[in-house]
Design a binder for this molecule. Structure first.
Ligand code: MG
Ligand code: ZN
Length: 248
């Protein structure tokens, strides 16, 4: 079936309308993480910094249920449920590629009834240890991509997914990548002229793409965007675009 579209979604500020990692900091006493932990971010990177935050929250009595309740407070981004359900209803395939973690994403997808809509969730694996402390590890450790952090090259993950499906005889009609952040730039550059990159208007990915379009020197092939760009402010924009795509 060549008519299948692959939808790849970022999670924070794309599926949900906030950043799950930043949001859970409110569980700290007085909603504040101590300065000595906040300072580790630039040296250790985001994932290890989050590990320290989870350790701190555990010390202050935060349990799995607290995290789960916290994730359930975050609204889905407007219209995004409809986009996800549209993809499922039309027998396309949806995946998530995110720098959050497997527990947070699982709470949201399970508790909002969206879990069955995604064939894969690529993210940093997290689990509760015997003491009930949430621990997090890197999705992978990479040294091949300058655009991505050491723990997560979204472009590589996307390409590997497409290759694996190809080996199973599944060829997508096109890829639609929906995101907002700087780490969505790497997968955006790996899309082909056949594919669509959907950046959230006014967010970092969108600004980066705008800047590229305005830069006459951006002819460097490595940095060239081949995919067609579809801006969005809510899922409604993406739905409209999808319906126009079906008419072609
Ligand atoms: Mg994001
Ligand atoms: Zn990358």
């Amino acid at each position: 079936m060549a008519e299948k579209i692959l939808f790849a979604f970022d999670f924070d500020h794309t599926v949900i309308d906030d950043n799950s990692d930043l949001y859970c900091k409110k569980l700290a006493p007085n909603g504040k993480i101590p300065q000595e932990i906040e300072q580790t971010y630039s040296d250790l990177g985001w994932t290890k910094y989050m590990g320290l935050i989870f350790e701190y929250l555990h010390k202050h009595g935060v349990t799995e249920q607290h995290f789960r309740d916290c994730m359930n407070e975050i609204p889905l981004t407007k219209g995004m449920r409809e986009v996800i359900e549209y993809a499922t209803k039309n027998e396309h395939e949806s995946i998530i590629i995110s720098d959050s973690n497997s527990r947070f994403i699982d709470y949201v997808l399970t508790d909002r009834g969206l879990k069955g809509s995604f064939s894969e969730v690529y993210t940093n694996p997290a689990h509760f240890n015997e003491d009930g402390q949430l621990t997090i590890a890197y999705y992978h450790t990479q040294d091949w991509c300058d655009l991505s952090t050491v723990n997560l090259c979204k472009g590589h993950i996307l390409q590997e997914h497409i290759k694996r499906r190809q080996n199973d005889g599944i060829h997508y009609k096109c890829v639609v990548f929906v995101g907002d952040g700087t780490n969505d730039f790497c997968p955006a550059l790996r899309l082909t002229e056949n594919d669509y990159i959907c950046p959230r208007v006014s967010y970092r990915l969108w600004k980066k793409i705008q800047k590229m379009g305005n830069d006459p020197h951006s002819t460097n092939d490595k940095q060239k965007m081949r995919a067609q760009v579809v801006d969005w402010t809510s899922g409604v924009d993406i739905l409209e675009f999808l319906k126009s795509l079906e008419r072609c």
